[in-house]
Design a binder for this molecule. Sequence first.
Ligand code: NAD
Length: 319
Amino acid sequence: MPSDRSTPRKVVIVGAGAVGATFAYALAQSGAANSICLIDQNQKLAEGQVADLSHGLPYYPSVSITNGTTEDYGDAQVVVITAGSAQRPGETRLDLLKRNASIIEGIMDEIIEQQSRAIVVIVTNPVDVLTQVALRHSRWSRSHIFGSGTVLDSARFRYFISQEMGVDVKSVHAYILGEHGDSELPAWSLTNLGGVAIQQYVKSNGLQEQWPKRSREIFEAVKNSAYHIIDYKGATNFAVGQALVRIVQAILRDSHSVLTVSIQLRGEYGIEGVCLSVPCIVSKDGVEKVLVADLSEEEQQALKHSASVLKDSMKGLLE
Ligand code: NAD
């Protein structure tokens, strides 16, 4: 449903910090957008980023890059919200909650005021809870507001598996589900290398003995990636920028891609009213379908546990 008045392939990015600016750069290079607007409460930062990005215009596919105002929400096809505070060293994502919830509500008010029908993608952490906050505040449909969820974590998972197995990362199909955070889980039962189930691959390559330990280490590496990178360089920005291009391309190109975005579940997987990541089909209308995968019993329990962790943090917000 973006309305007729939305400008095709116009993307507004709110938050021109490390994530927003890197995403803008990757999006400009992708050729997927016609128009990219950057908005930040720090006007000088937004202006500086737009100037720097624009000086690369001779070398990108055709695109306009501008410093936006809230009026730009009115005809945007997609709004991506990266505004907020970044995770600080040693800080959990859930610690960020209260600081960022009021920022998201304020931005949603501005989007609604412009009668925008854009698809809204929340990136600010804790992304699952803030997606829930945005949904509750706006009363929009769940297909129109969703979070970037574990699209990044799934990319990390694929990368670490590909490194371990020596197989092209593009041939590794693997998903991290649940919270984008500490209670997330690896869906090993859905993992395959070019269609060969990971368990079968491990068996036929004589790796069974070390696999229980290595598979735990791979998941730990995925889960701790953000903490390590933030510790080393203060923020994560490149891979998340690419993950956001992937999500936004699915909307702009109406590609019906399967992505683990954070969506409010309505009974799927036995979970009600919590936003978390499961495989979804993403197209021009946002989340077109929530896929119900055949998870193992252990994975189903872990997904429910992740939902209860998120429900508790929602309660924390209401206190
Ligand atoms: P940053 O501090 O570099 O940038 C955030 C920007 O938001 C700042 O420039 C700030 O001025 C702006 N801002 C704050 N309030 C605003 C408002 N009301 N309106 C407009 N702009 C506002 O932080 P960053 O490193 O870019 O990270 C941004 C967010 O993305 C953080 O919450 C971070 O945790 C999150 N993140 C999410 C993922 C993911 O996969 N979901 C990955 C990486 C980072």
